[in-house]
Design a protein around this ligand. Sequence first.
Ligand code: ZN
Length: 343
Amino acid sequence: MRKSPEDWKLSRAPVCVLLTLAFTIAMVACSGKKAEAPEAGSQAAQKKASAQLNPASLPADSGPPRSIDASRAWKYTKEVTAFGARPVGSANHKKLEAYIHVHLKGIDVQDDDFVADTIEGKFPIHNILAKFPGTKDGIIVIAGHYDTNYPFRNNGYVGANDGGSSTGLLLELADQLRKEKPQGYAVWLLWSDGEEAMKDWTSTDSLYGTRHLAKVWEQDGTLKKIKAFIVEDMIGDADLNIERDQSSAPWLESVIYEAATRLGDQSHFFHRELNIEDDHTPFVQLGVPCADLIDFDYGYGNVFWHTPQDTMDKLSPQSLQIVGDVILETIRILNAMPAVPPK
Ligand SMILES: [Zn+2]
């Protein structure tokens, strides 16, 4: 749907053109994430720019960074993708749930299970949460969805990047956190379910898992303890370009950009700004500091997205390496900051 080279130029287009294009973009939205180019010079854009952090205000680099095992993350992504289509309610989805649970044996795992009433009927939804306790108060959540698109359940779609890469990278992050316990805030890994729309992407037909979890955490008080909620989605693309998301917390994106810069990976981050609806959205709406790490330019003009062409040959272990390492470095900087969010 919405990401074409034309969109890229939107920030320099006159407002009337922007509005027309925004309308066109809204009209073509179907069965997928929603991403719109922001209006240049809007109040929100100005507020965002002023709220970005000066990297010099962040704690200094504290030694050699940690690094994920990208070949292992790649192997997990391949195994997850090999299950085939994994829409909610399917046998493959159940197999993948079991695969994730086996992987997390020995870790404090908590499932958030419920039945979603959708346009296609009632479906069981299973958010899977792995908790790694920290040494100070507060939680950093790293989330990624593991379901694949329901409308594309019978057309050979396997979602290597969209659903596969996010699941595989989280499994590798679990290995890293198992090896070296969090030195600072607790880290919770969330394999979110029902991210995809059952039919056409709307605020009620999408994000089933995270909409539910945000409510649960609002009621039980967890929400107040979350220092940062970071989503990774479609991050396996060999041509990696992570978007700047207008709904994400600017200060958190500044921390992420600084983490990327310290690793020499900044060229893959934040060249284009979009307003993206993804698993972070329900938490943004409840005031949680969020960031959405998504490459929404998957193939020229996003042509591989939500098609049977979303296969392993379009991905690269190097992209998993970059995003995984930047997440670990971001966690390290957040732990060293005197206050999160910064004062
Ligand atoms: Zn998708």
